[in-house]
Design a binder for this molecule. Structure first.
Ligand SMILES: [Zn+2]
Ligand SMILES: [Zn+2]
Length: 336
């Protein structure tokens, strides 16, 4: 790069003093512009480089298993128009609610991650199995990532902040993972309580096979009702399309609810209350409330913030299956 230090410099091998004054001025001007552009590019590169490194952190290897799983599911969902049935559609909605609201929101999130209420081990394990059927990774991994998200929300170390890109926070963050040794250390750091529970460890280890069992069960159920076509309809709507639907609903909490919506509380992160995420993710869209008071089992804090998952927790309480529900911000607000 030829740098202009004085007007007598050579520019690209040409002595500017030998040029007519007008051309000389032009050559120097052009060179200065070039230098400024190069400098700007270098500065931009420097500013971006640490950010890219940080968002990956120790997750240095591609998660080929997750990539394959997610790509196959999305391709499989394209079969939906060819296997439509009303019963299949009903299976979609029932399973979407069961795995999305009961499994992920109530089980993985409010119970296992934040202990927003207490219950019997058998209920906890059942919710962990249903949550596993959402195909979002094992209970251990899900909770470890989510606790890490709360510890570093929208700061360096957050596994899925939109600060690293909207698409990154939605799904791209799942394409990288830790090497096995770091993965184990990650679990020991974030979910030591869950590692002590052999039931949760077993359920987490069975995460992958259980997906295929559920696929076979749904095909079999449909087959019994209406032969191969209905079997495929149950498989495609009750499992494949439903998995894709629940995945994106959960992912919108990480992406959209950290970008769009209003705030009830001035938290140190960018969490937002987003009504449409609250609908598709069963109350989890009231995400600013949740970041302000993470242990609270109720995520809707204003009268219009309907939280269907909390209603299910109330049903558990009513039937004696849940107690010590954290439905207060501070001790002083605890109902007698
Ligand atoms: Zn968040
Ligand atoms: Zn949370």
């Amino acid at each position: 790069m030829a740098t202009v230090t004085s007007e007598n410099d050579l520019i690209d091998g040409v002595d500017t003093l030998s040029l007519p004054p007008k051309l000389r001025k032009l050559a120097i001007k052009r060179q200065k512009k070039k230098d400024a552009a190069v400098r700007e590019r270098q500065e931009r590169k420097q500013a971006e480089a640490p950010k890219k490194r940080d968002r990956i952190g120790e997750r240095t290897s591609y998660n080929w298993a997750a990539c394959t799983w997610l790509v196959l599911l999305h391709i499989g969902a394209l079969a939906a128009p060819f296997y439509f049935s009303w019963a299949g559609l009903a299976a979609f909605f029932v399973m979407h609610w069961m795995t999305g609201s009961l499994g992920i929101c109530m089980g993985f999130h409010r119970l296992l991650t934040h202990t927003g209420f207490k219950t019997y081990p058998i209920v906890k394990w059942t919710l962990a199995v249903i949550g596993g059927l959402a195909g979002e990774g094992s209970a251990l991994d899900w909770v470890a990532n989510h606790r890490e998200h709360h510890a570093f929300s929208d700061k360096e170390g957050d596994p899925h902040s939109p600060h690293d890109g909207a698409w990154w926070s939605h799904a791209q963050w799942l394409t990288v993972t830790r090497p096995p040794a770091q993965h184990r250390a990650h679990l020991e750091k974030w979910v030591p309580d869950m590692l002590k529970d052999p039931g949760l460890v077993l359920i987490s280890n069975l995460f992958l096979p259980i997906q295929f069992v559920s696929g076979a069960v749904f095909y079999g159920l449909g087959y019994l009702i209406g032969g191969h076509y209905m079997g495929m309809s149950f498989l495609v709507y009750g499992v494949v399309l439903r998995l894709v639907g629940v995945l994106h609903a959960t992912w919108f909490v990480n992406s959209a609810s950290h970008m769009f919506g209003y705030r009830n509380y001035e938290t140190t992160d960018d969490s937002r209350n987003n009504w449409w995420v609250a609908i598709v993710a069963y109350g989890e869209g009231w995400h600013n409330n949740h970041h302000a008071y993470p242990r609270m089992a109720v995520h809707g804090h204003q009268w219009w913030e309907f939280d269907i998952t909390y209603q299910a927790i109330r049903v558990l309480k009513f039937t004696g299956l849940a107690w010590d529900i954290v439905n207060y911000r501070r001790r002083g607000e605890k109902p007698a």
